[in-house]
Design a protein around this ligand. Structure first.
Ligand code: AMP
Ligand code: ZN
Length: 117
């Protein structure tokens, strides 16, 4: 665990979160500042900085994160109408928390993929 990492501290129970799904390798909780009617973050319980690091270091856990994202979409009632899974990565990707997380967003039409383009 990285004590300076917000999401490691959520995994450790040091910072509260609204957990919606949990597996041996992943945790899913509601985003504190939702950008859509449903906005859940799915993370590996182990610390990896971003999706590229995770994919290289542990493809099996990367697959677990995707499977949990799909499970969350199903549980949240998004599967029929569709949803988006986003991994913001690095500076240009707008990543703010450097513990890899999939944003699972939906519950309404989400509009164009990229704002202002
Ligand atoms: P990103 O910009 O892709 O790194 O996304 C980070 C996300 O974490 C943002 O959508 C924030 O709203 C969310 N966030 C920050 N702090 C918390 C927290 N304590 N609990 C839940 N979500 C958080
Ligand atoms: Zn972390």
């Amino acid at each position: 665990m990285d004590n300076s990492c917000l999401f490691c501290r959520i995994v450790a129970g040091e910072i509260p979160a609204t957990v919606v799904h949990r597996t041996e390798t992943t945790l899913a909780f509601r985003d504190i500042n939702p950008k859509a009617p449903t906005h859940v973050l799915v993370i590996p319980v182990e610390h990896y900085a971003d999706v590229a690091v995770l994919a290289e270091a542990n493809p099996s856990v990367a697959a677990d994160v995707l499977a949990s994202a799909a499970a969350v979409a199903e549980m949240e009632g998004l599967a029929a109408d569709g949803f988006r899974v986003i991994f913001n990565t690095g500076e240009d990707g707008g990543q703010e928390v450097f513990h890899v997380h999939a944003h699972v967003v939906g519950g309404a039409p989400l509009g164009p993929m990229l704002a202002g383009r």
